[in-house]
Write a protein that binds this ligand. Structure first.
Ligand SMILES: [Zn+2]
Ligand SMILES: [Zn+2]
Length: 188
């Protein structure tokens, strides 16, 4: 329960087993055996364990392993979607609740208490105290985890517009595309 992740999360391969001969991400990062991981997937049953969105309907089309870390504790809580992952960072007071996350506070709590790797009541209490001790969120307080940043896509402006558009489409989410279109079409 006190182990540290060995490598930074890689969301693409996080929620599946590795190809033969390679170590699984769930083991390298969370110390979960393949059996544990299969049990977790069975428990999630193809849905985010917090909002119950089917995996294929989530924004990334994949669920992520969520864990609690702090006060020397480290335990896997479950398999959730990206959106709920940010809800859980509010629960853990790594970020402030907002209008869209706050309605999930109660469910986030219940999900936390039903953590897959069941901490002892004492450990839960320790986690509680740790969460409660965190100062109200401010951007400058944010502890940035040491993760390898994904490569920033480079878009060359000296290429045909069609190619630029393809690259933008590939690298931006639907919301960002909409915002970009709005910015481009808005009179100055
Ligand atoms: Zn595995
Ligand atoms: Zn969710």
């Amino acid at each position: 329960m006190t182990r540290e992740p060995l490598i930074a999360p890689n969301r693409r391969t996080e929620t599946r087993h590795a190809t033969p001969g390679n170590a699984c991400n769930h083991f390298m990062k969370y110390g979960m055996t393949c059996d544990d991981f299969d049990r977790l997937r069975t428990r999630a049953d193809g849905r985010c364990e917090l909002c119950e969105t089917p995996e294929e309907k989530t924004r990334r089309g994949t669920l992520v392993i969520d864990h609690f870390q702090g006060a020397g504790l480290f335990f896997v809580r479950g398999l959730i979607c990206d959106r709920c992952n940010s809800v859980m960072s509010r629960h853990d007071r790594k970020a402030a609740w907002g209008p869209s996350s706050l309605p999930w506070a109660e469910k986030a709590r219940a999900y936390h208490l039903a953590s897959f790797e069941r901490p002892t009541p004492e450990e839960f209490e320790q986690a509680e105290q740790y969460i409660a001790s965190r100062r109200p969120y401010a951007v400058k307080d944010r502890i940035l985890p040491k993760v390898k940043r994904p490569k920033v896509p480079h878009i060359r402006m000296d290429r045909p517009l069609k190619e630029i558009a393809t690259k933008l489409r590939r690298n931006l989410g639907a919301d960002e595309m909409a915002q970009l279109i709005e910015l481009l079409t808005k009179p100055k």
